[in-house]
Design a protein around this ligand. Structure first.
Ligand code: GAR
Length: 210
């Protein structure tokens, strides 16, 4: 059985979808650790309910970001994880970490990358007068939200929308597409080479699978 670790900072709706997909056998893997940088993350409760081990790495316990990421990396190495899933992990990983696990880290980001990297993507999209928004699953490299895109989902933005309306729509898509991409990876169908994503050996287009 392949091994997954999931990194979270908050609510964990994506984590829950991944737990459910593993329990249902849709993803043929075991989540061996849910790692959080936030002791109050509700995702930790979700993990405990599912009897998944949890690990807390708080920034205040380390001299700097690099040391914190080294501790997380050692934990992941010890577990022998095949895949590292970032699911609302709101801390930027050091370049040493992303290089060490190159091709084995996935992230989900609430925008149609390459648009709106970083924080407050919903506000950014509204400010820009967009009529659509969405979410992207991508490989993680050293540059924030810039790794190869694997799969995106689009949602409409209506004129009367508030951020919470769009967020709700995006999140409904995220819990569909993230488990699917993780399944592709675990089934050995999805790989990264030289910064590009391949599904079944075929190069994925810049916006991911279409
Ligand atoms: C998700 O919407 C995810 O796209 C976003 O955080 C949310 C976490 O929700 N990630 C980022 O913004 C990363 N830059 P969840 O904790 O309920 O899964």
């Amino acid at each position: 059985m392949k091994k997954i670790v999931v990194l979270i900072s908050g609510n964990g709706a994506n984590l829950q979808a991944i737990i459910d997909a593993c329990q249902a056998g849709d993803i043929q893997a075991e989540i061996v650790s849910v790692i959080s940088n936030n002791a109050n993350a509700y995702g930790l409760t979700r993990a405990k309910t599912a009897k998944i081990p949890t690990a807390l790495f708080e920034r205040k316990s380390y001299a700097n970001n690099v040391e914190m990421d080294e501790a997380i990396a050692a934990h992941i190495e010890q577990l022998g994880a095949d895949l590292i899933v970032l699911a609302g992990y709101m801390k930027i990983l050091s370049s040493a970490f992303t290089a060490h696990f190159s091709g084995k880290i996935l992230n989900i980001h609430p925008s149609l990358l390459p648009k709106y990297k970083g924080l407050n993507t919903y506000q950014q999209a509204l400010d820009a007068g967009e009529t659509e928004h969405g979410t992207s699953v991508h490989f993680v490299n050293a540059e924030l939200d810039s790794g190869a895109v694997i799969l995106q989902a689009k949602v409409p933005i209506f004129p009367e929308d508030e951020i919470s309306d769009i967020e709700q729509r995006v999140k409904a898509q995220e819990i569909q597409i993230y488990p699917l991409v993780i399944k592709w990876f675990i089934d050995g169908r999805l790989t990264e080479m030289n910064g590009k994503a391949y599904l079944d050996g075929k190069l994925l287009p810049p916006n991911g699978y279409a």
